[in-house]
Design a protein around this ligand. Sequence first.
Ligand SMILES: CC(C)(COP(=O)(O)OP(=O)(O)OC[C@H]1O[C@@H](n2cnc3c(N)ncnc32)[C@H](O)[C@@H]1OP(=O)(O)O)[C@@H](O)C(=O)NCCC(=O)NCCS
Length: 149
Amino acid sequence: MISKAKLSDAKGIKKLVDDHARRNEMLGRPLSVIYENIRSFIVERSGKKIVGCCALYIVWEDLAEIKSLAVEPRNQRKGVGAKLTKAALADAKKLGLKRVFTLTNKPDFFIKQGFKKIGKNKLPRKIWGECIRCSKYDCCDEDALVYEL
Ligand SMILES: CC(C)(COP(=O)(O)OP(=O)(O)OC[C@H]1O[C@@H](n2cnc3c(N)ncnc32)[C@H](O)[C@@H]1OP(=O)(O)O)[C@@H](O)C(=O)NCCC(=O)NCCS
Protein backbone atom coordinates (compact mmCIF):
# COMPACT_ATOMS: atom_id res chain seq x y z
CA MET A 1 0.00 0.00 0.00
CA ILE A 2 1.19 3.53 -0.81
CA SER A 3 1.79 5.72 2.23
CA LYS A 4 3.88 8.60 3.52
CA ALA A 5 7.33 7.42 4.60
CA LYS A 6 8.26 7.06 8.25
CA LEU A 7 11.73 7.54 9.68
CA SER A 8 11.97 3.76 10.01
CA ASP A 9 11.68 3.54 6.18
CA ALA A 10 14.82 5.64 5.55
CA LYS A 11 17.31 2.73 5.36
CA GLY A 12 14.99 0.78 3.04
CA ILE A 13 14.65 3.85 0.80
CA LYS A 14 18.42 4.27 0.72
CA LYS A 15 18.95 0.63 -0.26
CA LEU A 16 16.40 0.86 -3.07
CA VAL A 17 17.80 4.15 -4.44
CA ASP A 18 21.44 3.08 -4.12
CA ASP A 19 20.78 -0.25 -5.87
CA HIS A 20 19.50 1.71 -8.87
CA ALA A 21 22.29 4.29 -8.58
CA ARG A 22 24.89 1.49 -8.89
CA ARG A 23 23.24 0.65 -12.22
CA ASN A 24 23.56 4.31 -13.26
CA GLU A 25 19.78 4.71 -13.34
CA MET A 26 19.58 7.52 -10.79
CA LEU A 27 21.58 9.53 -8.25
CA GLY A 28 22.33 7.91 -4.89
CA ARG A 29 21.25 9.70 -1.70
CA PRO A 30 23.12 9.91 1.60
CA LEU A 31 21.08 8.69 4.56
CA SER A 32 21.30 12.18 6.07
CA VAL A 33 19.53 13.65 3.04
CA ILE A 34 16.81 11.01 3.25
CA TYR A 35 16.25 11.73 6.95
CA GLU A 36 16.16 15.50 6.31
CA ASN A 37 13.59 15.03 3.56
CA ILE A 38 11.65 12.06 4.93
CA ARG A 39 8.42 14.10 4.85
CA SER A 40 8.83 14.37 1.07
CA PHE A 41 8.90 10.60 0.52
CA ILE A 42 6.07 8.26 -0.39
CA VAL A 43 6.68 4.52 -0.22
CA GLU A 44 5.17 1.22 -1.26
CA ARG A 45 5.79 -1.54 1.28
CA SER A 46 5.59 -5.30 0.96
CA GLY A 47 5.49 -6.42 4.57
CA LYS A 48 8.33 -4.47 6.16
CA LYS A 49 10.28 -4.17 2.92
CA ILE A 50 10.29 -0.97 0.85
CA VAL A 51 9.63 -2.03 -2.76
CA GLY A 52 9.01 1.43 -4.19
CA CYS A 53 9.69 5.05 -3.31
CA CYS A 54 9.26 8.53 -4.70
CA ALA A 55 9.92 12.01 -3.34
CA LEU A 56 8.20 15.33 -4.00
CA TYR A 57 10.60 18.21 -3.33
CA ILE A 58 9.14 21.69 -3.24
CA VAL A 59 11.22 24.17 -5.25
CA TRP A 60 9.12 27.32 -5.18
CA GLU A 61 5.57 28.52 -4.44
CA ASP A 62 4.21 26.94 -7.61
CA LEU A 63 6.85 24.34 -8.51
CA ALA A 64 7.95 20.95 -7.19
CA GLU A 65 10.18 18.15 -8.45
CA ILE A 66 9.67 14.40 -8.40
CA LYS A 67 12.95 12.76 -7.43
CA SER A 68 14.18 9.33 -6.42
CA LEU A 69 11.37 7.38 -8.07
CA ALA A 70 12.42 3.74 -7.85
CA VAL A 71 10.73 0.37 -7.87
CA GLU A 72 12.50 -2.84 -6.91
CA PRO A 73 13.25 -4.77 -10.16
CA ARG A 74 11.14 -7.78 -9.07
CA ASN A 75 8.13 -5.49 -8.58
CA GLN A 76 8.46 -3.44 -11.76
CA ARG A 77 5.75 -3.37 -14.44
CA LYS A 78 3.04 -4.05 -11.84
CA GLY A 79 1.76 -0.50 -11.58
CA VAL A 80 3.80 0.53 -8.51
CA GLY A 81 5.69 3.36 -10.25
CA ALA A 82 2.43 4.76 -11.64
CA LYS A 83 0.77 4.62 -8.20
CA LEU A 84 3.72 6.41 -6.56
CA THR A 85 3.70 9.13 -9.24
CA LYS A 86 -0.06 9.59 -8.90
CA ALA A 87 0.26 9.89 -5.12
CA ALA A 88 3.05 12.48 -5.47
CA LEU A 89 0.91 14.51 -7.91
CA ALA A 90 -2.10 14.30 -5.57
CA ASP A 91 0.10 15.56 -2.75
CA ALA A 92 1.33 18.42 -4.95
CA LYS A 93 -2.23 19.39 -5.80
CA LYS A 94 -3.25 19.36 -2.14
CA LEU A 95 -0.33 21.68 -1.37
CA GLY A 96 -1.51 24.16 -4.02
CA LEU A 97 1.36 23.63 -6.46
CA LYS A 98 0.83 24.43 -10.14
CA ARG A 99 3.57 22.39 -11.84
CA VAL A 100 5.60 19.31 -11.07
CA PHE A 101 8.70 18.49 -13.11
CA THR A 102 11.16 15.66 -13.25
CA LEU A 103 14.58 15.08 -14.78
CA THR A 104 14.75 11.53 -15.99
CA ASN A 105 16.22 9.01 -18.37
CA LYS A 106 12.83 7.24 -18.47
CA PRO A 107 10.80 9.93 -20.30
CA ASP A 108 8.37 7.42 -21.80
CA PHE A 109 7.29 6.23 -18.36
CA PHE A 110 6.50 9.82 -17.33
CA ILE A 111 4.74 10.59 -20.63
CA LYS A 112 2.41 7.67 -19.81
CA GLN A 113 1.66 9.41 -16.51
CA GLY A 114 0.62 12.62 -18.30
CA PHE A 115 3.93 14.55 -18.21
CA LYS A 116 5.11 16.54 -21.23
CA LYS A 117 8.67 17.13 -22.41
CA ILE A 118 10.02 20.67 -21.99
CA GLY A 119 13.35 22.33 -22.68
CA LYS A 120 15.64 22.20 -19.64
CA ASN A 121 16.23 25.93 -19.99
CA LYS A 122 12.55 26.47 -19.08
CA LEU A 123 13.32 25.33 -15.51
CA PRO A 124 14.68 27.73 -12.90
CA ARG A 125 18.46 27.82 -12.42
CA LYS A 126 18.05 26.95 -8.76
CA ILE A 127 17.46 23.30 -9.64
CA TRP A 128 20.87 22.77 -11.24
CA GLY A 129 22.77 22.80 -7.93
CA GLU A 130 22.56 19.02 -7.71
CA CYS A 131 23.94 18.56 -11.23
CA ILE A 132 27.35 19.83 -10.16
CA ARG A 133 27.75 16.67 -8.03
CA CYS A 134 26.64 14.36 -10.83
CA SER A 135 29.18 12.16 -12.62
CA LYS A 136 27.25 12.84 -15.86
CA TYR A 137 27.61 16.62 -15.53
CA ASP A 138 29.27 16.91 -18.96
CA CYS A 139 27.19 14.22 -20.67
CA CYS A 140 23.72 14.53 -19.15
CA ASP A 141 21.27 12.02 -20.63
CA GLU A 142 18.19 13.23 -18.75
CA ASP A 143 15.10 14.84 -20.23
CA ALA A 144 13.00 17.44 -18.42
CA LEU A 145 9.27 16.74 -18.23
CA VAL A 146 6.51 18.70 -16.61
CA TYR A 147 3.01 17.95 -15.34
CA GLU A 148 0.55 20.85 -15.16
CA LEU A 149 -1.81 20.41 -12.22
C1 LIG B 1 10.75 3.74 -14.09
C2 LIG B 1 10.12 2.91 -12.98
C3 LIG B 1 9.97 3.75 -11.73
C4 LIG B 1 8.74 2.43 -13.47
O1 LIG B 1 8.08 1.75 -12.40
P1 LIG B 1 7.11 0.52 -12.66
O2 LIG B 1 6.47 0.17 -11.38
O3 LIG B 1 7.85 -0.56 -13.36
O4 LIG B 1 6.07 1.16 -13.68
P2 LIG B 1 4.53 0.80 -13.82
O5 LIG B 1 4.36 -0.69 -13.77
O6 LIG B 1 3.74 1.59 -12.85
O7 LIG B 1 4.24 1.30 -15.30
C5 LIG B 1 3.22 2.25 -15.64
C6 LIG B 1 3.20 2.35 -17.16
O8 LIG B 1 4.48 2.82 -17.61
C7 LIG B 1 5.07 1.84 -18.48
N1 LIG B 1 6.51 1.80 -18.19
C8 LIG B 1 7.12 1.33 -17.12
N2 LIG B 1 8.46 1.49 -17.22
C9 LIG B 1 8.68 2.09 -18.40
C10 LIG B 1 9.83 2.51 -19.10
N3 LIG B 1 11.06 2.35 -18.58
N4 LIG B 1 9.68 3.10 -20.30
C11 LIG B 1 8.45 3.26 -20.85
N5 LIG B 1 7.30 2.88 -20.24
C12 LIG B 1 7.41 2.29 -19.03
C13 LIG B 1 4.38 0.52 -18.16
O9 LIG B 1 4.41 -0.36 -19.23
C14 LIG B 1 2.97 1.02 -17.84
O10 LIG B 1 2.29 1.27 -19.04
P3 LIG B 1 0.69 1.07 -19.20
O11 LIG B 1 0.07 2.12 -18.29
O12 LIG B 1 0.45 1.32 -20.64
O13 LIG B 1 0.41 -0.33 -18.74
C15 LIG B 1 10.98 1.64 -12.68
O14 LIG B 1 11.23 0.95 -13.87
C16 LIG B 1 12.30 1.93 -12.00
O15 LIG B 1 12.39 1.97 -10.77
N6 LIG B 1 13.37 2.12 -12.80
C17 LIG B 1 14.69 2.35 -12.25
C18 LIG B 1 14.85 3.70 -11.62
C19 LIG B 1 14.49 4.83 -12.57
O16 LIG B 1 14.91 4.84 -13.71
N7 LIG B 1 13.66 5.77 -12.07
C20 LIG B 1 13.12 6.84 -12.86
C21 LIG B 1 14.11 7.88 -13.11
S1 LIG B 1 14.01 9.19 -11.93
